[in-house]
Design a protein around this ligand. Sequence first.
Ligand SMILES: Cc1cc2nc3c(=O)[nH]c(=O)nc-3n(C[C@H](O)[C@H](O)[C@H](O)COP(=O)(O)OP(=O)(O)OC[C@H]3O[C@@H](n4cnc5c(N)ncnc54)[C@H](O)[C@@H]3O)c2cc1C
Length: 487
Amino acid sequence: MTGREGRAPAVAIVGGGISGLVLAHELLKLSPAAEIVVMEADDRPGGKIDTREIDGLRLEWGPNGFLDNKPATIALAQELGLRQRLLPSDGAARKRYVFSRGKLHRLPESPGAFLKSGLLSWPAKLRVLMEPLARRRPEDRDETVEEFARRRLGRQAAARLIDPMVSGVFAGDPRALSLAAAFPRIAELERQYGGLFKALRRISRERRREGGAAVSPQPGGRLTSFEDGLGELPLSLARALGDRLRLGCRVTGLECGGAAGGASNPRAFRLRCAEGPPVDADLVALAIPAHESARLLATSQNGSCPAEARAAAEVAALLEEIPYSPLAVVSLCYDRDSLGHDLDGFGFLIPREEQRELLGALWTSSIFPGRRAPRDTALLTCMVGGARLGPLLERDDESLVALTREEIRHAMGINAVPKRAVVFRHQQAIPSYPPGHPARVARMEQTLAKRLPGLVLVGNAYKGIGVNDCIINSTAAAAGLLRRSGT
Ligand SMILES: Cc1cc2nc3c(=O)[nH]c(=O)nc-3n(C[C@H](O)[C@H](O)[C@H](O)COP(=O)(O)OP(=O)(O)OC[C@H]3O[C@@H](n4cnc5c(N)ncnc54)[C@H](O)[C@@H]3O)c2cc1C
């Protein structure tokens, strides 16, 4: 693969989170001669993925793992020689709970368990069973997750089953989240099969015919990580990139029409950094949060190509419309004997109707026994805040820990004093996909493809926030970017 004058393209990737690192990795596979530089503001690679060793604990600052129901991360791990390092969650940690009206209810995994469960009232269960008769989806607008859930499953199931699932994934509000963008598979199942139960039945029948297992109504996949934490993945990608990855390199400005191809090359860019010389490139990928991309694109007004700068400004305005939820991750670590709770399961989520400040907690020492904390230690990873709450993160650590302990006492009856507590803050943790998001992303892509073809946006702000999604999208973007280089 070569650049405009027969040379390999020079590609600058801004952001060394999983999206930027995977993009660089894939570009090198497709075009080994490409000149690639990944510019990362932080002094370590990985972005939101960051495993910290603190007092004999292995704590995750961001994600605890990925689901194995999509093959992307496992395939990448295999390619990087990390197959033996994969760590699936313990089978005993399958049980998941929802806290509702004063107690933890196990999420039902079978029709019988659903009927016996106390999570929903009898009328609400009957309403769920009437799902095949639900109204058809409105064709004229992008439905929110809450509208969809109420229409198909009824109000109570929307509040007690779907709402906590949304906060578990997006730390978000189902009233403000586009179903088609946030859960495209569910939207697709309805479109293809006419309903969720119909889809489950048809897919199960097809699987059985092929000799496989029936489909579970619960979100599929087993949480999986690596022996030493999820951080192993970006560290391995970073090692393979070597000095192509520049850490401590915050990009502060982006000009179209930089020196890379001379003034006659409309695809050339110049990136300015907080420190060090500028970088010129034929192709640029912004693998940073949407608001950061908006800020950088706005700086392109200073460049020498007003037409491209106008396109950049239009895309920047659309990027500004993607909101982010704040989140605090509070790890509480106890002497197991002092806990008075068996932590038999994966953890629990709390629906918004409970009006609590805790979104939920992972029972991390049960999910990865002996791997994140010593066996005599119980470790809870608690998620506080999210789209439900604003100024919580401004509280100091002591107050956030006290609040989390009170929430854990309320939900699990644990009064024990933790022997260690650690607070990680994410001011802008997870992007939300508001109604209209798919159309917004399509407009950005069209504008860039037509008027600024050397620039692409990758990362979790557009087509999926899971680690799997980031890997899938960056892999696809690599091929697209090279096609655009005109070679
Ligand atoms: C608390 C939490 C828990 C999560 N749990 C899970 C989970 O269990 N499973 C799952 O699949 N997903 C989970 N996610 C989501 C997943 O972690 C993220 O969607 C994914 O890691 C995002 O990767 P990214 O590379 O797109 O963005 P980021 O990780 O945000 O990377 C962007 C990078 O760009 C850098 N940067 C920003 N501005 C500049 C600049 N101007 N110049 C240079 N560099 C810049 C940043 O420093 C950062 O390293 C979780 C997220 C959070 C916050």
